[in-house]
Design a protein around this ligand. Structure first.
Ligand code: ADP
Length: 372
C-alpha cells in the first residue's frame, strides 16, 4: 500500500453527494481524525493533523500515534500504562507529544474500533484534540485548590495551637499576678517580673512565627537578597535574642574557610538562624552546649547548628518540617511546631537546603547550605 491518503477518491468528478459531504467534514474538522490498520498504523488523516501534531497528513501516514509521544511523557509513565497505550488503547487517553514545531502539547484521543480484523486494513478510528490549555488550566486550578486546602488546614491548626499553647504562658503570667497581689517583697517582685517578661517574650515569639507562616501561606513573604556578612548576623542573633532567652546555655561559634559576604535576605536568614539556635537551646538542658559553625566553601556556605539535647526520633525526622508538627519526645517544652516549616520555606527561597542528623537522647545537627 502506498503512503498516500488512500481514502481520497481518485477522480473528483465521480464524487457522490456523500463523498462531498465526507470531504467537507474531513477537510474542515478541527479535531484530527485518523483511520488506522490492525497494527494501529495511520492510513488516513485529516489535514487538521498539521495543527494538532505539526505534520501534514502525508507526513504521518505510515506512522503510529505513539511515535509522537514526548520523551518526558514516556519516562514518567509507568510500564503498565505504557503497555496499555501500545496494546489496548482505552476509549479515551491523554498524552503529551512533541509537536512538529518543537513545542510540547497535550493531546486527548478517543478510539473507536470497527472490529479487530487483521485482514482489514482499516480497523480503528481515532479522533484527537489539543487539550494543552485545559491541562494547564487544570494544573493551575489544582494548585489554587491545594493552596486553599493548605490555608484552611492552617487556620484550623492555628486555632487549636493558639488555644493550647497560649494557655500555658498566660497561666504563668496570671499566677505571678496572683502572687504579687498577696506578697510584694523586693525578691518576689523581681522574680515575678522576670517570669512575666519571659512568658511575654514567648508569646511574642509564637505570634511572630504564626504571622510569618500566615504570610508564607498567603504568598505575602517578600524575598530581597542583599550582600550579607553571615558571621556578623549570627553574632547579632546570639547576642540580641538567644542569650536573653537562654542565659545559661553554653554557645560556641566558629567559622572555617575564607569568610565572604553572600547574597541572602537579611530578615529571612535572621529568622532561620534564630529558630535553629533557639531550638538547639530549647531542646537541651538549661546549661546545654550548642556549637554553631559556618563553613565557607567554593560555591556554598554551610551554617551548622549542633546540640547535645533530646534529639529527634528517626521516624519523625522528615515530619518536623511540616507546619504544626511537634515530635513525640518534646514533653513540656513549649512551642507551636511552625518554626521549622518556615525555616524550610525560607531556605527554599534562597535555593538552599536544610539537612538534619539526629540521635534521640544524644542531640541534633541542623545544616543550612546556601549557594554563594
Ligand atoms: P517548635 O520548636 O515550636 O515546637 P519547630 O517547628 O521549630 O517548632 O520544630 C518542630 C519540632 O521539631 C519540634 O517541636 C521538635 O519536636 C523538633 N525539633 C526541632 N529542633 C530540635 C532540636 N534541636 N532538638 C530536638 N528536637 C527538635
Amino acid at each position: 500500500m502506498d503512503s498516500d491518503n488512500y481514502f481520497r477518491p481518485v477522480n473528483p468528478e465521480e464524487m457522490t453527494a456523500f463523498d462531498k459531504v465526507f470531504e467537507l467534514i474531513a477537510e474542515h474538522t478541527t479535531d484530527m481524525v485518523c483511520i488506522h490498520d490492525s497494527e494501529n498504523t495511520i492510513r488516513f488523516a485529516t489535514p487538521s493533523s498539521k495543527a494538532i501534531l505539526g505534520y501534514k497528513p502525508d507526513e504521518i501516514i505510515g506512522k503510529k500515534l505513539t511515535d509522537f509521544l514526548s520523551a518526558d511523557f514516556i519516562n514518567e509513565m509507568d510500564f503498565s500504562t505504557l503497555k496499555r497505550f501500545f496494546d489496548h488503547p482505552e476509549a479515551r487517553i491523554r498524552y503529551q507529544v512533541e509537536h512538529g514545531e518543537g513545542r510540547l502539547r497535550w493531546l486527548e484521543t478517543t478510539f473507536t474500533y470497527f472490529g479487530r480484523d487483521p485482514q482489514k486494513d482499516y480497523t480503528l478510528l481515532t479522533s484527537t484534540r489539543d487539550i494543552t490549555e485545559s491541562v494547564h488550566l487544570t494544573d493551575d486550578l489544582m494548585e489554587a485548590l491545594s493552596k486553599e486546602q493548605e490555608i484552611s488546614r492552617f487556620k484550623s491548626n492555628l486555632y487549636s495551637v493558639a488555644s493550647h499553647e497560649f494557655k500555658t504562658p498566660l497561666a504563668v503570667i496570671q499566677a505571678n499576678i496572683e502572687i504579687l497581689r498577696i506578697k510584694r517583697s523586693e525578691k518576689v517582685l523581681e522574680n515575678a517580673i522576670g517570669s512575666i517578661e519571659e512568658e511575654v517574650d514567648r508569646l511574642n515569639n509564637m505570634i511572630a512565627d504564626m504571622l510569618e507562616l500566615k504570610k508564607l501561606t498567603t504568598g505575602q513573604t517578600s524575598f530581597r537578597p542583599e550582600l550579607i556578612d553571615i558571621t556578623e548576623l549570627i553574632e547579632e542573633v546570639v547576642d540580641q535574642n538567644i542569650r536573653k532567652a537562654y542565659p545559661e546555655a553554653r554557645i560556641s561559634f566558629t567559622h572555617k574557610g575564607n569568610p565572604q559576604k553572600i547574597k541572602a535576605d537579611y530578615t529571612l536568614l535572621r529568622f532561620v538562624i534564630g529558630n535553629l539556635v533557639g531550638n538547639a537551646c530549647k531542646f537541651s538542658d538549661k546549661k546545654g552546649k550548642v556549637d554553631i559553625s559556618v563553613e565557607f566553601g567554593q560555591d556554598k556556605v554551610d551554617i551548622i547548628v549542633k546540640d547535645y539535647g533530646i534529639g529527634i526520633p528517626e521516624e519523625e525526622q522528615s515530619s518536623i518540617f511540616r507546619s504544626f508538627y511537634r515530635a513525640k519526645n518534646v514533653g513540656n517544652v513549649q512551642g507551636t511546631g511552625v518554626g521549622l516549616a518556615i525555616v524550610k520555606e525560607f531556605v527554599d527561597l534562597h535555593t538552599g537546603k536544610v539537612g538534619l542528623i539526629s540521635n534521640p537522647g544524644k542531640g541534633s545537627t541542623f545544616t543550612v547550605s546556601l549557594p554563594k
